[in-house]
Each structure stands twice: as C-alpha cells, then as structure tokens.
Design a protein around this ligand. Sequence first.
Ligand SMILES: Cc1cc2nc3c(=O)[nH]c(=O)nc-3n(C[C@H](O)[C@H](O)[C@H](O)COP(=O)(O)OP(=O)(O)OC[C@H]3O[C@@H](n4cnc5c(N)ncnc54)[C@H](O)[C@@H]3O)c2cc1C
Length: 462
Amino acid sequence: MASVMALTTDGSDTGLKGEALEALAGRMRGTLLTPAADGYDGARAIWNGMIDRKPAIIGRCWGTADVKACVEFAREHDLLVSVRGGGHNFGGKCVVEGGFMIDLADMRSTHVDPARLRARAGGGAKWIDFDTETQAFGLATTGGTVGDTGIAGLTLGGGIGWLGGRYGLACDNLASANVVLADGRVVTASADENDDLFWGLRGGSGNFGVVTSFEYQVHPVPLVLAGPVFHPFPAAAGVLNFYSEFSSDTPDELNTGAALLHTPEGMPVAGIIGCWNGPHDAGEQAVRPMREFGPPVVDELQPMPYGAIQSALDPMLPVGNRYYSKGHLIGRVTEELVAVMVDHYQRVPTPGSVAIVQQLGNAAKRVDSAATAFSHRHADYELTILANWTDPADDERCIRWVRELYDAAEPFGIGHYVNSLIDDMSVESAYQPDTLRRLESLKAKYDPTNFFRMNPNIPPSS
Ligand SMILES: Cc1cc2nc3c(=O)[nH]c(=O)nc-3n(C[C@H](O)[C@H](O)[C@H](O)COP(=O)(O)OP(=O)(O)OC[C@H]3O[C@@H](n4cnc5c(N)ncnc54)[C@H](O)[C@@H]3O)c2cc1C
C-alpha cells in the first residue's frame, strides 16, 4: 500500500507509511481504502451531492473490532476523524477532508427478537433496512421519514418520526448501544450500564464514541392509515392555518406534518400528511377533518403497511442531488409564520424544494426534558426548509432561498434540532443550558481530547 499524507487534529499533515496502513488493513475484516483504491470514490460519496470531500483514508468497517482498530490507529497517529453512519446528514460532516473517515456503511444488518420486542441494528443501517426487517414481524419503532436516512445520526440526535405521538422519539426507544470510545474501549450503554453515557447518546449526537449497534424497543405496528391530502397552492395560507388548529390537539395515535411542495406532475400545492397508528374506525374519525377541509384536490390517505409511508417520500429525494437545508424548532404554527412561509414559497427556486413542518408528537413531548440529552421537548414541530436541485449553476440561488426563509422564520424559532445544524448555527441553540453543561462534562469524561469533533461539537468542560 502506498504511503499517504493525512490531516491531524492540530491541522498539520502527517505521513502515514505504507507498512502502517497495511498493518491496519491486516487487523480489519473490512477494507482500508486510500484515494488510489477501487471503491474509494463510491465510499466518499454521500446522499448530498454538494459534499465532495476526499479523506486521506477510509476504514470501511465490518464490525466493532474493525471500528476499534480504526479508532486506535487514528489515536496513535493523531488523525482527524469523521464517522459515517447512513451518510445522510445535510452538512456532510461524516466525510472529513484529508483525514480518516471511519465508515460503517457496510454494518447494516438488523436482527429482530419478536418475543422480547427488541431489534438490534448495525451502526450503518438505514431506516429502510430497519423498517423492512422489523415490519416482517409486524413491528416498528419511531424512525426517520426517509428510508435512506441512517439510524445512527438520527437516533443520536433525537429522531422525529411518524410514530412519535405514541412512542416518542427514536432515542426514546433506544434500549442499549454498543460504543467504541475514543480510547478504544468497547462499552455497552443502557439504563443499567454506563447510564450517563446512555443519557448523552440520546440527543448528544456523535460526540461520545462510535456506536456500532443500536438496540431498540419495537412495537406492534400493523397497517397504518396514512398519506397526504393536497390543496392548490392559492389556498395554502388557509390550509396551513387549518393545519395549525387541527394538529394542536391530535390523539397519540396520529402524527402529522404539513408542507408547501410540488406534486410529481409539477403543480405547487399545500399538503397535509398524517399517519394514524391505531384502530382503523377511530382513525377514520380522527382524520376526517383532513379529508373534509377544503376539500382537498388529492386525497391519498389510506390504509397501508407502515413501511409504505416510511418510503413514500424517498422518490422526491434521490441520492446525489444537490441539497441545502436549515430549520427551526417551533411552538405553534402561527398565522404570522404561515404568511412568511407562503410568501417565500412563491419564490421557490426549484420544484423539488419544500418547506415542511413536522410534529414531534405527544409521547415525545411527555418525556421529561432532563431524561435524555434531547432537551427541546417544549417544541411542537420542526420547520425544515429544503432546497433540492441538480445543476451546480443553481447553487447560489437555491442556498439563498433557504437562508432567506430561515432568517424570516427566525422570530418564530425556539431552538434548533441538533441534526439540522449547519454552517453558523450554534450547538448551544440545540440544548437547554443545563443539558449543555451536562453534555460538556460527559464529553470531558468520555472524550477529553475531543477526538470525535466532526459533529455538532460539544467541547469538553475544563
Ligand atoms: C432527506 C432527509 C430526511 C430527514 N428526515 C428526518 C426525520 O424524519 N426525522 C429526523 O429526526 N431527522 C431527519 N433527518 C435528519 C437526520 O436525522 C440527520 O441528517 C442524521 O444526522 C442522519 O444520520 P446519518 O447516520 O444518515 O448521517 P451521517 O451523515 O452518516 O452522520 C451524521 C453524524 O452523526 C454521527 N454519526 C453517524 N453515525 C454514527 C455512529 N455509528 N456512531 C457515532 N456517531 C455517528 C457523526 O457525527 C456524523 O457526522 C433527515 C435528513 C435528511 C437529509
């Protein structure tokens, strides 16, 4: 293997000799990729086509032992490290320019234990993997609403999804995690073991170690009553104001979102999406106002397997398109916010771009804000503004559109979701002050040298 230059934690370069790289490769069951290797470009490409970074080396891990070998090697050479789970974060911090990317993309298996209502999945699994396997048993847990999103980043940041009304956030369903710490130790975190670490993993993002597997509590989720209703864009303000009222008092079984978007045929619309997880007669009654308001020009609310609503948005968000997104956690969807959203959406740069509010859900809000590191439990929704395009010539105007709506919506924001931090959005805005202080001392305990820093970084307290 040829020698390579790699970036260290102090910003200088270090030479990694071929023999040292071969020794690491020899410890791994997976593959160690340098820029000359077949598969290197595929491994560094992630969902957001805007991210084009070139790590010096990529450790394509097959299991916890591989991750441990990579962490130990990185420490020995003081390398700047990033950790890739599903590779779906907008900011692309999982790919480090010039450093060492520890890549879990091959660790996607999911094992379901239906008797214990538990499912364990690898640190590189995506929700499509997890949902497919758990749904084979008629089970599910709260997960991201796009199949290609990784379970790792999503759960470590909190995890908002369609089952949040009944089962809380994804992190609220985490039962245990296996973690490779910065010093190479492998530990389990759960309510009974390393409970401080377990607290931090549920909202503290990737600050404390590489999670090589996640064990979740899963729930029987048979057919759900789910899908969107669409109204013509000129009715958008009325639709979003109706949505505000309707979604402010939903039963636990119903979680919802509302969006300004374009249909696949290119028609701008205002949509409301619901997912009811409970008895169907009661569900029909609960969603009736959604069917009756307007009425909508399209009504696709129908019984479907939970896995179907989980992958319904996937075609709108293909891998490799260019994306930019920012957002705010918000309380009520006020008339003023609605006016801002509708006004800005009239200048949307591409039909694939959306502005969406997604409900955290009743059960997510009932959890004590100190119980996990996801402390913004007082928020009701996340507002996400997403530009989606393919031509690099559109970069500037697409990014500008997102930033303008983000700025205009700022007065309505009550904090940020750690998984949506990008550019200059501060990590402080993702936590309550007490939570941030607790995270800083946890960082000092588990990662005092800030080895894991390519993330929404929590500095270790001194
Ligand atoms: C299209 C789209 C839809 C989304 N929908 C939702 C949604 O419905 N609900 C929601 O809550 N969020 C949603 N998100 C946000 C999503 O939760 C974050 O982007 C999340 O970071 C993605 O996780 P990942 O593993 O794919 O990301 P990656 O880019 O692989 O990782 C992000 C960061 O997480 C850390 N990390 C990743 N894997 C590990 C690991 N195994 N161990 C330790 N640290 C790790 C690293 O710090 C890394 O930089 C969405 C994002 C997108 C782009």
